[in-house]
Design a protein. Structure first.
Length: 312
């Protein structure tokens, strides 16, 4: 089995930066915090799904492509076996889940509040047709809805598609392998290469313009929202005395996500609240970033980073 690496969603990386730089008293803070919570929960469900694959043991050769994205289609996982392809739609939502195959309605009831949601059954129907079109193979394509939240209670009516809890996925896969035992086999690496040829490269999240002043400064990783000062080649927290050499990298990541992907010495000093120009030059040179321009027009090109993921 080969499981391709799953990247954290770009929108989650962006929202975490926005949350860190939004003042606590700002009206949008609570909304941004809730979005971070929702996207974090969704990503956690996908990681639980990935861990199950690592533990799944079977003699069959198969590969798993997470976050398979092509124009107008985003699939949580495409699992390529030699005799069928399984498309997985992952849902990490709790409460009572009701799916009606006749009305095509999908609702979630939590704490006495019922709300309608986009039906994953209909999403998978579209995805299945697309995968059949891309492969042009006479290989079965099967959509499966997988709920990763153990508190989900599934109530299904006239639903023909497989809708299961994550714990039941190995059983369903073993069933599918047995049911397709007499089908013709296809080359798994060849099928994967074909699908990956259509894969869209990851793109940065296109956000709306930020209309309020962002919080500046270099924040301490040991205590939330406390600012650090630079002294003797180290960033030092004024609250807990934590010391860190490269704390400015997270600030630079935030700047890239929220402001621009290049930064000047003056902009760096303004965003990190650093007074010393010489210290700023030393720090930016030590980062090893590519540069454009020279002298007063010199700008440093900030690469993509996901430092909050590494800190967890």
């Amino acid at each position: 089995m080969q499981l391709f690496e799953r990247r954290r969603p770009n929108i989650l990386i962006y929202l975490e930066a926005l949350l860190a730089r939004t003042p606590l008293h700002h009206p949008t803070y609570a909304d941004v915090k809730e979005k971070v919570r929702t996207w974090t929960a969704g990503y956690a469900g996908e990681k639980w799904f990935d861990r199950l694959w690592h533990d799944y043991a079977n003699d069959e050769v198969f590969r798993v492509i997470p976050d398979y994205a092509i124009p107008s289609h985003q699939m949580d996982a495409v699992c390529v076996f030699s005799k069928f392809i399984a498309i997985i739609e992952i849902k990490n939502i709790g409460g009572v889940i009701e799916m009606d195959g006749t009305t095509r309605q999908f609702t979630r009831t939590l704490h006495t509040e019922t709300m309608g949601m986009r039906n994953p059954d209909d999403q998978l129907y579209r995805h299945e047709k697309k995968i059949r079109q891309l492969t042009n193979y006479k290989i079965p394509v099967i959509g499966i809805v997988v709920f990763t939240n153990p508190s989900s209670i599934l109530k299904l009516e006239a639903v023909e598609r497989r809708v299961i809890h994550l714990s039941g996925l190995p059983f369903v896969l073993d069933q599918l392998i047995e049911q397709h035992a007499t089908y013709p086999s296809f080359d798994v690496p060849q099928l994967c290469d074909l699908l990956l040829a259509y894969q869209c490269p990851p793109t940065a999240y296109q956000s709306e313009p930020i209309t309020f002043p962002l919080q500046t400064g270099v924040f301490c990783s040991a205590c939330s929202f406390s600012k650090m000062v630079y002294s003797r080649d180290l960033w030092r927290c004024l609250n807990c005395s934590h010391r860190q050499q490269n704390a400015h990298l997270l600030a630079l990541q935030d700047y890239r996500l929220l402001v621009a992907n290049t930064i000047s010495n003056q902009e760096f000093r303004s965003f990190t609240e650093m007074e010393s120009r010489s210290n700023a030059v030393k720090i930016l040179k030590r980062c090893g970033f590519k540069t454009v321009g020279n002298y007063k027009s010199l700008r440093y090109m900030i690469p993509e980073m996901d430092l909050r993921n590494k800190a967890k």
